[in-house]
Design a protein around this ligand. Structure first.
Ligand code: SAJ
Length: 433
């Protein structure tokens, strides 16, 4: 089959990126096989159902599965294009672990044939795509590998990171611009032809190492800027200033755009990817490293502030609003809100009531703490202290009349009209710091 027509596609990893990517490619008319190590995930998708929450993903998957454009399996089969979208975690020393990417490449290698394209999408340290190339070269000495042959290579190998925002994944998969980094310019062109099938944003070709670094830089940029906001919030609190007011005013400057402080940075990307840069150049990354430390430190700061407020009110019932890593999603991975809530639940036990509209059960970390899961109305009725940890719309919408008699610690700045809460030393605790 001519590659430019309807290539068959194999997507390795059916998680938060792999599944939506597989579904969007299938919608463009390609036959897609999604591979996952988890049999439950495979069975769920083959029923036309999904195992993760993402806006509109259920309908899309159901549609492409019923039209037989998408199916899932635990076993790789031959295809024209392979997309690797598996996790790249880090270890306790913040060293990136690319073993899932290399394992995926290992599984692909035996079925590769001349004309195939292999694309790595997983966020990866610089040099990972070269390692994938070397692995394939070792496993398949019969194939001519790009960058390692003077003849026309049999394969194209490229690195093409996604940059989609959870909650807007299906829209951004299509509308965002993409960096397409080839091992050689020919590889980039082959990958570009593939992405043009379903991406409406501009696709810009480059080399694989630049594309790898670009992805890390994007998330490090955001992390550094959130760290600036988080540091400002602590300083403002100490100076008895309202950080939200200060940021609002500063952002009226035409070249200033300060982000929002919060209880820390969560999710699987921004709190992880900057470490890949630090690990690659430890002696030259004081700013990126410090930003990570400031954002992680903010979690402990919020716990300490909350404890100070709660200790002032013996016996008071405490409502903890939100567990998700950001607003209006059900994703609790690496969530600062969850970390704060678990810490407070362990300390204050049955006095703590958790409100999280995006779950029916408390995560396992709360087992044995005595904390309960309640709805917003119950929290407003029963709790004397409210600690806002996530800026879900459902919390933002609570009118002042229903919370004006509460002691509030608003780490997200969602209730600017809330009267300031003071603790014994007179410091205001409505502020985030
Ligand atoms: N956060 C703040 N203050 C802000 C903005 C965010 O505290 O002003 C916090 C959020 O509450 C959350 C964390 O940062 O805990 C991350 O949220 P996010 O919305 O900034 O980003 P993610 O993790 O959902 O998605 C990011 C995006 N990257 C950038 O914006 C540069 C997305 O485009 C990437 O595709 C994604 O990482 C990824 O997969 O790498």
């Amino acid at each position: 089959m001519a590659f430019e027509e309807k290539p068959s596609v194999c997507v390795m990893g059916l998680g938060y990126i792999g599944l939506p990517t597989a579904a969007v490619i299938a919608r463009s008319g390609c036959h897609v096989l999604g591979i996952d190590v988890n049999q439950h995930v495979v069975d769920t998708i083959n029923r036309g159902e999904i195992h993760i929450e993402e806006v509109d993903l259920d309908g899309l998957v159901q549609g492409v599965v019923s039209r037989k454009l998408l199916r899932a399996s635990t076993t790789v089969e031959p295809a024209d294009v392979f997309v690797i979208a598996v996790p790249t975690p880090f270890d306790e020393n913040h060293a990136p672990d690319i073993s899932f990417v290399l394992n995926a490449a290992n599984k692909i290698a035996p079925v590769l044939k001349s004309g195939d394209t292999v694309i790595v999408e997983s966020t990866s340290p610089v040099g990972t795509t070269d390692k994938v190339k070397e692995l394939i070269a070792r496993e398949r000495p019969d194939l001519k590998i790009p960058g390692m042959t003077k003849e026309t290579p049999d394969l194209a190998i490229a690195y093409c990171p996604e940059r989609v925002l959870p909650g807007r994944i299906l829209e951004e998969l299509v509308s965002n611009d993409r960096s397409i980094g080839g091992i050689t310019p020919r590889c980039a062109r082959k990958a570009l032809t593939f992405y043009k099938r379903f991406v409406r944003g501009e696709c810009i070709t480059t080399d694989a190492r630049s594309a790898e670094m670009t992805k890390l830089v994007e998330n490090a940029f955001r992390d550094v800027n959130i760290a600036f906001a988080n540091e400002l919030s602590i300083v403002s609190d100490q100076m008895e200033l309202d950080v939200w007011e200060v940021i609002r005013l500063a952002n009226r400057h035409p070249r200033v755009n300060i982000l929002q402080p919060g209880p820390g940075v969560g999710g699987h990307c921004i709190a992880v990817d900057p470490w890949f840069i630090v690990h690659g150049a430890p002696d030259h990354t004081p700013l990126i490293r410090t930003a990570r430390e400031v954002n992680d430190g903010k979690i402990d700061h919020v716990v300490r502030q909350a404890e100070a407020l709660i200790e002032e009110q013996p016996g008071a019932k405490i409502g903890l609003l939100g567990l998700a890593f950001k607003a209006n999603i059900d994703d609790f991975r690496e969530s600062p809100a969850k970390k704060v809530a678990v810490s407070l639940a362990k300390r204050f036990g049955s006095r703590t009531a958790i409100v999280e509209p995006y779950t029916d059960t408390l995560p396992k970390e709360f087992e044995g703490t005595g904390a309960s899961l309640v709805d917003v109305d119950t929290a407003l009725l029963e709790c004397d202290i409210l600690i806002v940890l996530v800026d879900h719309d459902a919390f933002r919408a609570i009118p002042l009349a229903e919370r004006s008699d509460k002691l509030v610690y608003d780490t997200r700045g969602i209730w600017p009209d809330q009267p300031a809460t003071k603790i014994d030393d007179g410091r205001k605790l409505r502020l985030v710091g």
